[in-house]
Structure formats: structure tokens, C-alpha cells
Write a protein that binds this ligand. Structure first.
Ligand code: CO
Length: 332
């Protein structure tokens, strides 16, 4: 059973509907279902499409065949208050849920997954390992004349071939001036000798996604300014990662990374926050931005990904996935 910090939950039970949380707390990968957790046990409600596979694979204490919403309602009767996922439930769903119980409390469902277990970390390590293998492989395939779309298809195929589940986000491949756009969608642009190409993609393993960014060049990198900003971004990222430990906040890491880039004269070209939490969602808690005052705890996983973007010329971003450990950090 996954650990829940009940001190932070102002209810007797939690009703989960987000498929990512259903998978996290029951092991069932399904597009629909419910999980009810109280201090004693985890109960999974799976409908006819998923009941058989759930009975075989779920680690919930009990699996119930979901025939109608009344099955959930009768199960909730014994609780005086029930927490629902405020970050997932739509207004329409809330209307339906209010028929299930008359004392609903909102919690942030994602925060339930913020501290990773050993098995979560194992899955993340498998995801980063596949991602890094494909990064190295694709860097060796780059040739003038290839298009961004061609290269992104090669990446998708290789990620899946090495064991990735369908991706949480599609590979970003941005060549030359397109790399100045942080989240460019791969296009038919033809790659030229000597230019930089930004890659941001990730394998998914057991529902956990990596998130890694690298720049490689087509042949030898030509532009001296791109070479210069690559070195600045590398130093910025190194400084940020080195400061990660329990008790530090995302705000502090953001400041450290930003300072290196500001001092080099490119402060206004670092146009996004330094990172974000990572897990079953590619962007989850805790954040790594100037607004993030959540203190890191062992088991948190974040990205550190400073970047410099020169419009019309190109951009550099370097991103790695960092586990907060008892004494500091580990790069996954
Ligand atoms: Co990222």
C-alpha cells in the first residue's frame, strides 16, 4: 500500500477518479474507475472492461466490479467526510460526486504522489535510462537534409522499441533558429550542417515519465554565440543541481540558475521557470520557479532545466531529472 500522510488530509477517506492516481494507488492502468482509500485499506472499483485484468494485476486490498455509481455511493456511506481531487474534478463531475456524499472536501490529488517510493524511483530510473540511450543514439544519426519530423519519428520508434509506454508528451525536435522556441513542434524544416538541434523527450515506464533535454549539432557546431551560451547554460544547470537538498525550495534553485545566466548578460533570454516536479505527470509538484516555496523532502523528484533563447538564431536548454535524497541529490 502506498503511504498517505493523513495529517494533511481533512477527511476519513479519499475518492480517486484521476486515471494516474488510480494506477498509482491500485496498479490498474485504466481510462476509468474509482479508488477509495481509508486508513485501513484501498478498494478499487473497476467496470466490466477492466474487472478481470484488475483482479489479476491490482495490488488494491479489494477489487469490486463497478456496475453503477450506486456501488460507490453505498461504499462511501460509512465516512463522515470524503476527499476528492480538486486538481482533477471538473464542475460537471463535482455535480455527480455531490450525489455520492454530502460532505466532500477538496485536496490536491497530485500532492499525494509528491514523495516517491523506492519502486516509483526504480521506474523513473528505468525511464531516464531509456531516454538517455535514445539521446545518445539520435545524436549519432543526425545528418544535413533530415527534417525535424523524420528525426522525431525515429526517436518515437526507438523509445518504444527499448520499452517505453506511450509518451506523456511527444518528442520535441527543434533545429537551428527553431531551437529558440522552447516548446517548438517538429516541422518539415530541413537540418543544416553545423547548426544546433534541441531534443526534449522522455520514455515512460510503469506510468512514470522522464523529462530530459539536450542540444546536439549536425556535424561540428558552427555559431560561436551558440557555443558560448551552451557553456553558460551548462554552468547554470550545474550550480542549480549542486544546491538541491532537503529543506531547499524551488525558488532558491531558480534564483541560483538565473543568477549565472544574468551575470553572463543573458537574463532576459531565460524565458521560463527553472524546472518542475516530475512523476506520473511530466509537470507535477513541487514546482521549481520563483513562486515555489515548498521545501524539498527526500523522495521529491524535480527537473533542473535552465535555457537561453536567442530569437532568429537558436537556443540551448539542458534538463536533467533530480531525486532529492537524505543528504542532497541524485541525478536520475
Ligand atoms: Co521539463
Amino acid at each position: 500500500m502506498k503511504k498517505i500522510d493523513w495529517k494533511k488530509i481533512n477527511a476519513d477517506a479519499i475518492l480517486l477518479a484521476n486515471p494516474k492516481n488510480i494506477r498509482h494507488f491500485s496498479g490498474l492502468a485504466a481510462t476509468f474507475g474509482f479508488v477509495i482509500i481509508d486508513k485501513e485499506k484501498v478498494v478499487l472499483f473497476a467496470d466490466g472492461r477492466y474487472f478481470e485484468i484488475a483482479s489479476k494485476t491490482s495490488f488494491a486490498d479489494e477489487v469490486i466490479l463497478l456496475k453503477g455509481i450506486d456501488d460507490v455511493k453505498s461504499h462511501l456511506e460509512k465516512y463522515s467526510s470524503v476527499a476528492i481531487e480538486g486538481d482533477y474534478v471538473t464542475l460537471e463531475m463535482k455535480k455527480q460526486f455531490s450525489k455520492l456524499h454530502n460532505n466532500l472536501v477538496e485536496i490536491n490529488g497530485q500532492s499525494l504522489r509528491m514523495v516517491k517510493s523506492d519502486s516509483d524511483i526504480e521506474s523513473l530510473k528505468k525511464a531516464t535510462s531509456i531516454t538517455k540511450k535514445v539521446m545518445k543514439w539520435i545524436s549519432e544519426q543526425l545528418k544535413p537534409g533530415m527534417t525535424e519530423i523524420e528525426v522525431s519519428i525515429l526517436i518515437e520508434t526507438e523509445l518504444r522499441r527499448l520499452g517505453s509506454e506511450p509518451f506523456d508528451y511527444m518528442p520535441i525536435v527543434s533545429s537551428g533558429p527553431n531551437s529558440a522556441l522552447p516548446h517548438h513542434h517538429p516541422s518539415n524544416r530541413v537540418m543544416q550542417e553545423g547548426e544546433t538541434v534541441m531534443f526534449d523527450f522522455a520514455a515512460v515506464v510503469d506510468g512514470f515519465t522522464a523529462d530530459i533535454t539536450r542540444n546536439y549539432s549536425v556535424g561540428e557546431l558552427k555559431d560561436p554565440e551558440i557555443k558560448k551560451i551552451k557553456e553558460i547554460v551548462r554552468k547554470s544547470q550545474e550550480a542549480g543541481i549542486a544546491a538541491v537538498k532537503p529543506g531547499v525550495t524551488g525558488k532558491e534553485i531558480d534564483e541560483i540558475c538565473r543568477k549565472v545566466i544574468e551575470e553572463a548578460g543573458y537574463g532576459d533570454k531565460f524565458i521560463h521557470s527553472t524546472g518542475h516536479g516530475l512523476g506520473r505527470d511530466v509537470h507535477e509538484l513541487p514546482n521549481v520557479s520563483k513562486f515555489s516555496i515548498t521545501k524539498f523532502e527526500p523522495g521529491h523528484v524535480i527537473t533542473v532545466e535552465p535555457g537561453i533563447y536567442l530569437p532568429g538564431i537558436g537556443g540551448i536548454r539542458i534538463e536533467d531529472d533530480i531525486l532529492v535524497t537524505e543528504n542532497g541529490y541524485e541525478i536520475l
